[in-house]
Design a binder for this molecule. Structure first.
Ligand code: NAP
Ligand code: MG
Length: 400
């Protein structure tokens, strides 16, 4: 069989634990037999990050800027226990955070849907993609516990020394106080990533804030989105037959629940944190959530939304059979290959990626699934298989 060729590279970032095991299995079983994989490999596994003082993560981020497409395996974000377990020299930062900072991107998360796993919200038929603005607001806030009587002020000192102050509240008792911020540059990047991704995926874009109450802060988000839409995206949206829709966050929540799905919901940082957990849980399994980081200047990094599935890994190390779901990781690869194919006008590569996704869906629709999905099954009895058998079943359908 002639293997499909790739003219340009994608950045391949290996990871940790069970997902590192899956990574190799997926490549051996579903990719290498069909595609002449052309990747630039970076090992973001924790031992390699430790050995390179985490430079390898920065290099991988820079490489995505160069090639515009990357695919990443889940990685451990170390905590104190991991420092001990891996005898680390330092508690390295989250690789996802490091790469996001380099690319200045927004993360889009969408569920993979199959007919036998019904969403908790009955009328949802198509995926809802959540885009979370992952910068600032309450996540970068300064907080203060007010000890008692006194006046709280909000002050800004301009570069030229001019000072501006406003009373927040004259406390007659103890209380709490919080100062948070965001930046126009970050909000603009967020907006561009959202509009770009909506065009890319031909889906409507919803955005919501609480600008009726937050008349300067949230209003700024609303105005920046509208200005960028009007000046740079309106025509392309019309041509693509999609809409940009702004509403209040409480109205958005009500509409989302009543909707059929099939759009992108852009959220401010806190809303996105809360709503992405709600939406993904309501759709089914964390193992079926895809994730892509899109930068405002058009770089794409694909990954699964879940972590390294540590508990399965420890069982795997003991030689026990595991039934870990590889679907979101396979979709990370297919997403990256599809994007590579689109950018390079490589129709064969795009077509392979589409067929790979279809082979996964067909396998699951045929009732052959990993344990996590068997537990969520809605009708009848599926066949629950190991990861190896599941991958072989996907391969059978892909070859056909
Ligand atoms: P996790 O790896 O997502 O796993 C949590 C649980 O969800 C698993 O124990 C498993 O439940 C289930 N699960 C997740 N993915 C699954 C899959 N593909 N197939 C079957 N079941 C799946 O989250 P975690 O245990 O909180 O974190 C483990 C490590 O991952 C941490 O070190 C964390 O830093 C890292 N992490 C990385 C990323 C990333 O790189 N993007 C994201 C999140 C977490 P059962 O055990 O009940 O079967
Ligand atoms: Mg959360």
């Amino acid at each position: 069989m002639n293997k499909i060729k790739m003219t340009q590279k994608i950045v391949e970032m290996d990871g940790d634990e069970m997902t590192r095991v899956l990574w190799k299995m997926i490549k051996d079983e579903l990719l290498v037999p069909f595609v002449e994989l052309n990747t630039e490999y970076y090992d973001l596994g924790l031992p390699s990050r430790d050995a390179t003082n985490d430079l390898v993560t920065v290099e991988a981020g820079e490489a995505i800027k160069k090639y515009h497409v990357g695919v990443k395996c889940a990685t451990i974000t170390p905590n104190a226990q991991r420092v001990e377990e891996y005898k680390l020299r330092e508690m390295w930062k989250s690789p996802n955070g490091t790469i996001r900072a380099i690319l200045d991107g927004t993360v889009f998360r969408a569920p993979i849907i199959i007919s036998h796993v019904k969403p908790a919200v009955r009328n949802w038929e198509a995926p809802i993609t959540i885009a979370r603005h992952a910068y600032g607001d309450v996540y970068k806030a300064t907080e203060y516990r007010v000890p008692g009587k006194g006046s709280a002020q909000l002050c800004f000192m301009a570069e030229n020394g001019k000072k501006w102050c406003e009373t927040i509240y004259d406390f007659e008792c103890g209380g709490v106080l919080q100062g948070m911020y965001n930046k126009d540059t970050s909000i603009r990047s967020f907006a561009h990533s959202c509009f770009k991704y909506a065009l890319d995926t031909k889906q409507d874009l919803w955005f919501a804030t609480k600008d009726t109450i937050s008349k300067n802060y949230d209003q700024t988000f609303k105005l920046i989105f509208q200005e960028i839409f009007d000046s740079e995206y309106k025509e392309s949206f019309e041509k693509a037959g999609i809409e940009y829709f702004y509403t209040l966050i409480d109205d958005a929540v009500a509409r989302v629940i009543r909707s059929k799905g099939g759009y992108i919901w852009a959220c401010k940082n806190y809303d996105g944190d809360v709503m992405s957990d709600m939406v993904s849980t309501a759709f089914g399994s964390l193992a079926m959530m895809t994730s892509v980081l899109v930068s405002p200047d058009g770089n794409y990094e694909y990954e699964a939304a879940h972590g390294t599935v540590t508990r399965h890994y420890y069982r795997y190390l003991k030689g026990e059979e595991t039934s870990t779901n590889p679907v979101a990781t396979i979709f990370a690869w297919s997403g990256a290959l599809k994007k590579r194919g689109e950018i390079d006008s490589n129709d064969n590569l795009v077509s392979f990626a589409v067929k790979l996704e279809q082979a996964c869906i067909d396998t699951m629709e045929d009732g052959i699934v990993t344990k996590d999905l068997a537990l969520l099954w809605d009708d009848g009895e599926p066949t629950s298989v190991t990861t190896e058998v599941f991958l072989k079943e996907i391969r059978k359908r892909l070859e056909a």
